[in-house]
Design a protein around this ligand. Structure first.
Ligand code: NAP
Length: 392
């Protein structure tokens, strides 16, 4: 494996989609926390919008401005060729994302995104993982609330348990927050493409090498009362459990037989029942094009929760890990999951890929595999809490 994206590239980090809701928050974070000498650029389809953004961000005066449009593959190729790391917020990724992944895989440029769309991740694995391995590009999807706290939380939990024995980890997510137009559009799009999602997963299984001599699984649990966290546990069919399972497949530290189950944790039964009904109704409505259009009109791209609303938002993911006669309770927690903390996770992941001493990896890799310890340390320094609550 040879890495092509050396320091001869013009920029360390290019942030594509910098003018969107989470893109702007990420640009703000980078401008405020950039290490001295960071060579970075903001990119998007409107030079005027990008320049306005740069002008109002203290600390961004030295950032470059690059125009690129997802409908113009040459502009994406030029973006990839100038950067060591490209971080993109331009979603829904299944609609807009592939050309940039292809350009990064081909030019040996490290790539990160905020997708939570399993179909996109599976398609990118089948189509671009092999090329990325040849060029040394690391393709790291799901670098926001989907799936960093879950992936690194499971990684952190595993490290508290004995080595070389079968391990089980359950993750329980609680959050109080709302979402943006971009997130809503991506979720609706993925709900409407259930058949394509299953087909992409099947195709991936045909291409992916089998794990030899070890097991890593992420079965969908059943709804249940979970006394270990004193809450109702509802299976959460997000991309997170798949990402945790891929980390477990790649890293021996997860032991010979690893199982992860992912839940939403809800204190009161009526809230749990209401939540399931609301999600069911949304999934059903997404199958009907006119209803889907009416729903997506309610939250426009570029819109999202206000700073006041975000300041009141929070998340906690509790993990219960077991193995070798030990049980450990751990917790990852922080502020507004979808935007403020997502921007932090995304920017810190880009900085880790650009500057940290990381294990040699290439191709499609998870955050835990590409940068587990380094990102864990960065996020703790940046105020996201990872802690052991109890162990026995
Ligand atoms: N993983 C997570 O936890 C997490 C959290 C938050 C968001 N997300 C995902 O992140 C994505 C962005 O969310 P958001 O709320 O920030 O969305 P948004 O506000 O709609 O931003 C989308 C961005 O894409 C750009 N864009 C659209 N079409 C383009 C084109 N043809 N060429 C180049 N750029 C184009 C927009 O540029 P303009 O400004 O010029 O319109 C904007 O910068 C969504 O897919 C969302 O699901 C994930």
């Amino acid at each position: 494996m040879s890495r092509l994206n050396g320091t001869d590239r013009r920029y360390d980090i290019v942030l594509f989609g910098a003018t969107g809701f989470v893109g702007t928050l990420t640009a703000e974070y980078l401008a405020a926390h950039a290490p001295e000498g960071l060579r970075w650029a903001i990119a998007g389809r409107s030079t005027e919008k990008l320049e306005r953004l740069r002008d109002r961000l203290p600390g961004a005066a030295g950032a470059g401005v690059l125009r690129a449009d997802v409908s113009d593959p040459a502009s994406l190729r030029a973006l990839a060729e100038q950067a060591r790391v490209v971080a993109t917020t331009v979603g829904p990724y299944v609609r807009y994302g592939e050309e940039l992944v292809a350009a990064c895989a081909d030019t040996g440029t490290d790539y990160l995104d905020l997708t939570g769309e399993p179909e996109f991740v599976d398609l990118m694995y089948v189509r671009h993982d092999a090329r990325a391995r040849e060029t040394g590009a690391r393709l790291v999807h799901a670098c926001g609330f989907d799936s960093v706290p879950h992936d690194l939380g499971a990684y952190f939990t595993v490290r508290q348990l004995p080595e070389g024995v079968p391990l089980t980890v359950d993750g329980f997510v609680t959050a109080d927050a709302t979402f943006s137009g971009g997130t809503f559009a991506s979720a609706l799009g993925q709900f409407a493409r259930y058949r394509q999602l299953l087909a992409a997963a099947r195709d991936r299984r045909r291409h992916e090498p089998r794990l030899m001599g070890r097991r890593a699984s992420a079965p969908t649990g059943a709804p249940r009362y979970a006394p270990e966290v004193d809450a109702w546990a509802l299976p959460l069919p997000t991309i997170d459990a798949q990402i945790v399972r891929r980390s477990a497949k790649a890293l021996d530290r997860y032991g010979p037989d690893f199982r992860y189950r992912h839940y939403a944790a809800v204190r009161r039964l009526p809230v749990a029942v209401g939540g399931v009904a609301a999600v069911g109704a949304l999934v059903a409505a997404a199958q009907v094009p006119p209803l889907r259009r009416r729903l997506s009109d309610r939250l426009k791209p570029g819109e999202g929760p206000s700073a006041e609303k975000r300041a009141r938002s929070w998340f906690t993911v509790r993990f219960v890990g077991e193995g070798g006669g030990h049980r450990v309770y751990t917790e990852v927690s922080g502020g507004d999951p979808g935007y403020d903390e997502t921007a932090k996770m995304f920017a810190e992941a880009a900085l880790a890929l650009a500057f940290d001493d990381l294990p040699p990896t290439a191709g499609q890799v998870t955050t835990a595999v590409a940068m587990g310890d380094a990102l864990l340390e960065r996020l703790q320094r940046a105020g996201i809490r990872f802690r052991v609550a109890a162990s026995r």
